[in-house]
Design a protein around this ligand. Sequence first.
Ligand code: NDP
Length: 250
Amino acid sequence: MTDNIQGKVVIITGASSGIGEATAKLLANKGAKVVLGARRAENLKRIADEITQHGGQAIYQELDVTQQSGNDAIVQLARDRFGRLDVMFLNAGLMPSSPLSALKTDEWHRMVDVNITGVLNGVAAVLPTFIAQKSGHVIATSSVAGLKAYPGGAVYGGTKWFVREFMEVLRMESALEGTNIRTATIYPAAINTELLGTITDKASLDQMQGLYDKLGISPDRIASVVAFAIGQPADTTINEFTVGPANQPW
Ligand code: NDP
């Protein structure tokens, strides 16, 4: 099968580290034109420079996914600079795990803002383009926490469960409406990134850190799955992937 990635224009949110960074590098290496968004512009610049130095094409824009205007602006940037848009990878997220009894309500709301509202904003930004051109691909990073409950993950898991529901209905409605919008939802388990840096509850952090130190695998593994989904023929949606360490029971 020829790789259906060459020349595609791909926006990646949460591209400044971890899964987003690994995916940007892999897709650029396969000939995609990547548009990187996140808040840490200095990281985005470093990653875009690295891609360019290796002969790839990358641009970036500072983006806070909680703001609709920023999502609209990065879609516009992709279209202005590369003349089209093929894929939106909604990957920005944070996981400040804690028991509900710790009442870290600011963190609950922050997760809702980034992990849910960020996804809504991204889809709202990209849907008019995808509907008009009758093609497009929306990919989102959920989590195994969106498939299974665990103590400490009530709000995080709830946000990721939302992503699952939302993406499935997006897929169904796109099929019914004949807009040819493909979807892929990814459910990673323990992947070594900066994600644990958002945990402020010490017991939760110690427990997660122990798990990741023992089992965590590279974000390259998720990048490969994103590339696999994009690389399918235009008439084929591969909708869900659960990906994690072979020895994690999750
Ligand atoms: P990282 O912490 O390395 O990456 C998170 C990314 O999200 C960063 O690029 C960060 O950029 C970005 N981000 C956070 N808040 C915002 C915001 N308001 N606006 C724009 N970007 C934002 O962790 P991962 O790579 O692991 O996380 C990527 C996704 O994978 C997340 O959705 C996470 O929930 C999910 N996931 C990760 C797992 C893992 O084990 N690592 C397991 C399951 C799911 P910046 O701070 O520069 O804005």
